[in-house]
Design a protein around this ligand. Structure first.
Ligand code: NAD
Length: 254
């Protein structure tokens, strides 16, 4: 896939990793459809993409958990650009808690159903809806390309993240399914499992936890958002990368 000739949609594009991906792909001349909950939060990213050399960059407000929003936004992208070659399913949230927490023999807290469900809605249902709607238009428009799901090192099962770990294992499996289902249409699918990357999501951890974490990573530091963005560009460009998960974690194993 030639990024300079491609229209690429990124969900969660206002966030740390999404904006880094958008700017990297913009620098390679892509036409970008930037999606997030809030259109005004996308404006600085859109402007940075134009500065970086994007063929075009448009911002779209949509909640990926909402079926009408996702079908509306991908229909609008198809109409505005007349093409769609790439999608990065990047929007995601965390609502961490132990499944059950005991102190002195007493259960003092438990993950709520709302904590469980909100993460499943954003990280799993959101990826399903965006993948379904995007592929519908890619196939109709006759566009070959690739869908990338952003998984996580936590897909292996991270303590305090039963909800998040389940979704991140799920989106890796979904990319395998899509690679098989969409090969006949010239569409690849893959996933990326970042380790700990220095975005707001990770920097919001307690400082002692962050220090301990960096010490556990073989390369002794967190990753940079652009290191993930470069992996996104690699997968888009390499037409033989399909149905697999690219692990980018500095060598850390949970
Ligand atoms: P972030 O919080 O900076 O950005 C996430 C973006 O997604 C935000 O702009 C948010 O508004 C958007 N979003 C959330 N829910 C949405 C919804 N329902 N509809 C539309 N947009 C929505 O987070 P980030 O660190 O940039 O993470 C991006 C992705 O990478 C996530 O899927 C995350 O799980 C994954 N990831 C991050 C790290 C890391 O270290 N930062 C590591 C592994 C995986």
């Amino acid at each position: 896939m030639d990024i300079s000739q491609s229209t690429i949609a990124i969900t969660g594009a206002a966030g740390g990793l999404g904006s880094a991906m958008a700017q990297r792909l913009a620098g390679q001349g892509a036409q970008l459809a930037l999606i997030d909950l809030d259109k005004s939060a996308l404006e600085p990213v859109r402007a940075a993409c134009i500065d970086a050399g994007a063929g075009a960059a448009l911002a779209y407000a949509a909640n990926v958990t909402d079926e009408a929003d996702t079908s509306g936004v991908f229909a609008a992208i198809a109409a505005d650009f007349g093409a769609l070659h790439g999608v990065v399913n990047n929007a995601g949230i965390t609502r961490d808690a132990l499944t059950v927490k005991f102190r002195d023999g007493e259960c003092v807290s438990a993950m709520t159903l709302d904590q469980w469900q909100s993460v499943l809605d954003a990280n799993l249902t959101g990826v399903f809806l965006c993948g379904r709607e995007a592929s519908r238009h890619m196939i109709t428009l006759g566009c070959h390309g690739c869908v990338i799901n952003i998984s996580s090192i936590s897909r292996a099962g991270n303590m305090g993240q039963i909800n998040y770990s389940a979704t991140k294992a799920g989106v890796e499996a979904m990319a395998v399914v899509w690679a098989r289902e969409w090969a006949r249409y010239g569409i690849r699918a893959a996933s990326i499992a970042p380790g700990f990357i220095g975005t707001d999501m990770v920097r919001s951890m307690k400082p002692e936890a962050l220090k301990k974490l960096s010490a556990m990573i073989p390369v002794q530091r967190m990753g940079e958002p652009d290191e993930i963005a470069r992996a996104v560009a690699f997968i888009f460009e390499n037409d033989y990368f399909n149905g697999r998960c690219l692990e980018l974690d500095g060598g850390l194993r949970l």
